[in-house]
Design a protein around this ligand. Structure first.
Ligand code: NAD
Length: 480
């Protein structure tokens, strides 16, 4: 493992004005490396480098199909280095090695998908009669600032960076302070793909320090943020002060509604992936299951047996896909989740499985299933961001929808039934940006993703995401 990792500004690796941060393996609690910490002056240098590239016109003068090819090359670079990146990702983040591999493959897919679309961002011609020719063009905003969370440091950066580059923006990435190491490969990939220096800048820094300096920088033209609601509000406020748009993706408390005719054998797979993938540290995790009372006990028992079947331990020792789960990202996140479970059981919930930390070093929490949860409990309304599933019963369809919609969030939702009418009705009534019918996480990079309510605004993924990174220009020509 490389001991010292630097920021990447204007095509050069550099130390940071704010010193260093230790990076810890959450599976063992041991320090694995140190990363340079940017201060406001570093942020300014990165923004100015990106701005110079934008103003030079190099990215926009290029034929989009060529820019798209370079974006695609970045994805291939990630795949070519998949094993190296995966090893570091598992050490800094805690997920099993096979999950790291999936994350890198997912990241590469974004570059493939958006690289392919660089040449499809077409304007339209608007008829104004014989005396005029009128058309629209989509221009990049210029400098795109992207503030990245620690749960999927590779995939989240890929998601915004690929679309921003495909549309011709220059970027400043603020990597997460808990998991900054793997973002280095984006700098290397941009260099290998031949982007002009300054096009992709990657800096790590504390949120309140470098993050706030970046979000509030007057030469940033657009902001993308994924993370918590309070930070999202701070970023939206900073964006408003500079009158620049931002995309906010702020997590959720997403619910699956399971009807009495649902296929519970198939649903076991949804439980396994929906709440225990990445140790539940997923913004669109299936953190609540709202199940018809006639199937409640059976579902709780099935969920508990899945939870108990998972072998929990260091991700580095879990190279292969299977019934296993890694560490959470930090002791602090584990403690927070464990405390929420303890408060839930004090309030009357029952731990049908798990609920406690493992009796060994490392940020491990047992895969947990809580029954007896009522809609007003903290555990039913607040994001845990850990491997904790809350099960709530319902009697009528209206009641199920009311419980599902009963939080401030609205990221995703699910409905499990063989009845197409019922599924469609529920899909339309769920207050969420994405609804899964009969498979949690159905969809992919092609399908738009983003929240209602406090889950944020704007859409990532899919065709929709491209419009985050461009502004419309109308050109009207008076003909002679
Ligand atoms: P956070 O929102 O504070 O941090 C996310 C990113 O924002 C990090 O890169 C951080 O450095 C940066 N940041 C923090 N304060 C900032 C500021 N004032 N200005 C600009 N940038 C700033 O999240 P966290 O503290 O790492 O985690 C807390 C909770 O957030 C979690 O328990 C979880 O509920 C939620 N979360 C959600 C997601 C998601 O995917 N939606 C991801 C991570 C965390």
């Amino acid at each position: 493992m490389q001991e010292t990792w630097q920021n990447y500004i204007d095509g050069a690796w550099t130390d940071g004005g704010a010193g260093w941060i230790d990076v810890t393996d959450p599976a063992t609690g041991t320090r694995i490396a140190r990363h340079a910490l940017a201060d406001a002056a570093d942020v300014d240098r990165a923004v100015q480098a990106a701005r110079r590239v934008h103003l030079s016109g190099d990215l926009t003068a290029m034929r989009p199909i060529e820019r798209g090819r370079m974006v695609q090359a970045m994805g291939r670079y990630l795949l070519d280095h998949k094993d190296d990146i995966a090893r570091v990702l598992t050490l800094e983040q805690g997920k099993p090695l096979w999950e790291s591999q999936i994350e890198i493959e997912g990241a590469a897919l974004y570059f493939e998908y958006y690289g392919n679309q660089a040449s499809t961002v077409e304007g339209r011609s608007i008829p104004l009669g014989a005396g005029y020719a009128d058309f629209t063009e989509y221009e990049p905003f210029g400098v795109s600032a992207q503030i990245i969370p620690w749960n999927y440091p590779v995939e989240m950066t890929a998601r915004s960076l690929s679309a921003a580059l495909a549309t011709g923006n220059a970027c400043v990435i603020k990597s997460p302070e808990l998991t900054p190491l793997t973002n280095a490969w984006f700098a290397r990939a941009a260099e290998a793909a031949g982007f002009p220096k300054g096009t992709v800048n990657v800096i790590c820094g504390l949120g309140r320090d470098a993050g706030a300096a970046l979000a509030g920088h007057r030469d940033v033209n657009q902001i993308v943020f994924t993370g918590s609601v309070p930070t999202g509000i701070a970023i939206a406020t900073a964006a408003a002060r500079n009158v620049v748009p931002c995309v906010l993706e702020l997590g959720g408390k997403s619910a699956a509604i399971v009807h009495e005719d649902a296929d519970l054998d198939a649903f076991e797979t949804d439980i396994r992936w929906g709440i225990y993938f990445n140790a539940g540290q997923v913004c669109s995790a299936m953190s609540r299951v709202i199940v018809h009372e006639s199937r409640h006990d059976e579902l709780v028992e099935r969920a508990a047996s899945i939870a108990r079947s998972l072998s929990v331990g260091p991700g580095a020792e879990r190279p292969d896909f299977g019934a296993n789960m890694g560490a959470m990202v930090s002791d602090a996140q584990r403690d927070r989740a464990e405390a929420m479970v303890a408060r839930a059981t004090q309030a009357g919930a029952r731990a049908a499985a798990g609920g406690r930390r493992l009796n060994q070093p490392g940020a491990f929490l047992e895969p947990t299933v809580l029954s007896g949860v009522t809609p007003d409990m903290e555990i039913a309304t607040t994001e845990v961001f850990g491997p904790v599933l809350s099960v709530l019963p319902f009697a009528t369809e209206d009641q199920a929808i009311e419980i599902a919609n009963g939080t401030d969030y609205g990221l995703v939702g699910g409905v499990f039934t063989r009845d197409l009418d019922r599924a469609t009705r529920a899909a339309r009534r769920l207050r969420a940006g994405q609804v899964f019918v009969n498979e949690w996480y159905a969809g992919g990079v092609e399908t738009p993703f983003g929240g209602y309510g406090k889950s944020g605004y704007g859409r990532e993924k899919g065709r929709e995401a491209l419009w985050n990174y461009v502004q419309t220009k109308n050109i009207a020509i008076k003909l002679g």
